[in-house]
Design a protein around this ligand. Sequence first.
Ligand SMILES: *Cc1c(COP(=O)(O)O)cnc(C)c1O
Length: 429
Amino acid sequence: MLYQRSSRLFAEASQVIPGGVNSPVRAFKAVGGTPIFIKEAKGPYLYDEDDNRLIDYINSWGPMILGHAYGPVVNAVIERAKKGTSFGAPTALETEIATLAVAMVPNIDKIRFVNSGTEACMSAVRLARGYTKRDKIIKFAGCYHGHSDSFLIQAGSGAVTFGTPNSPGVTQGTAQDTLLAKYNDLDNVAALFKANPNSVAAIIIEPVAGNMGCIPPSKGFLEGLRSLCDANGTLLIFDEVMTGFRLAKGGAQELFGVKADIVTFGKVIGGGLPVGAFAGRHEIMDYLAPSGPVYQAGTLSGNPLAMAAGLEMLKALNTDSAIYQRLDEKTTYLEKGIREKLDTTGVVYTINRVGSMISVHFDATPVTDFSTAANGDNETFKKFFHGLLQEGVYIAPSAYETWFITDALTYEDIDYTIEAVGKVANNLK
Ligand SMILES: *Cc1c(COP(=O)(O)O)cnc(C)c1O
């Protein structure tokens, strides 16, 4: 496959957009080469500027769970747009989608809509701090909660207690309120509580990590966090921007049967338009302005086009009783096929999967946290990525990303993908 026009467009973009992209992971930095420019998409396929057809395993990083240009969502957006695109005043549509979301997700009474997952997580943490009157939060290495300052923290060597910023522009003052923990390590979290008594407002976690590849929570881990939070007067925030409406109607809370105090959403909830949301019980959510003292606002929050798209998406997921089972079966079939192909090559690999989230790591040991995810052989991953791209299979351009399976994918597409993996696998060693 040729990508000449994409390369030219990237060169042009780089003149006027920093790094040529509006979000860094699109730039192919981790795998080399230049990004593919997309012209249009339908169902499970992307069509690029060189007129290649690609089977899409990124799906806009999760939102397109029913495939691209899904009819009911597209029509809803068109119809709404004709009636005006933004009012800065409430609409009945916002109550309609809020009511449906609250019905689908366990343990939430109220939900506030924003414009991105970043905003949702940033606001959730502010709310948790205001509600508990505490400053510190615990986050896990390798978990991503958007790009607001408090979350861009990594452990410096020996920095068990206080994080250090991993982006210039994040102040030490902000960084010191973010305590960094190891995913799937309860003892580590317990030690942080012990070292910081009565000062942790919240733990924020991806209940299934999806930003260091896909990493499932080990048995009892989420339950253990729930107990530690209860014992310490700390709120548990599930960042379900990826897992919400993807792993189950009620997300990870439903799948694992663990209650969170605040849940954040993004991606699927917007049906492909810019939407985020955060939700919780009455007493917590009523702490938000205008009913409470914690300020949070947005000119375009609850935007009618975005709400119309999200509502059609949630309705479709809510009324299709077999959707999550079907996604799980398709992804299981894909996993099995990839394993069979990789097994014939002798290349070392680990595959992690929860429902329709799956990742392939070129790593011999189980991938259970950030450091084991970072062990993977990136040279092999690069070959795997570019090999699949040549075959017309588009996976995320980084070993730290999850593949998202869409229900639009047919078994024919999956078989094609497995055959492509077979061809590529022979060149990996
Ligand atoms: C994508 C993502 C975010 C950030 O959402 P944006 O809409 O990109 O701001 C936050 N948390 C998780 C778990 C995500 O996957």
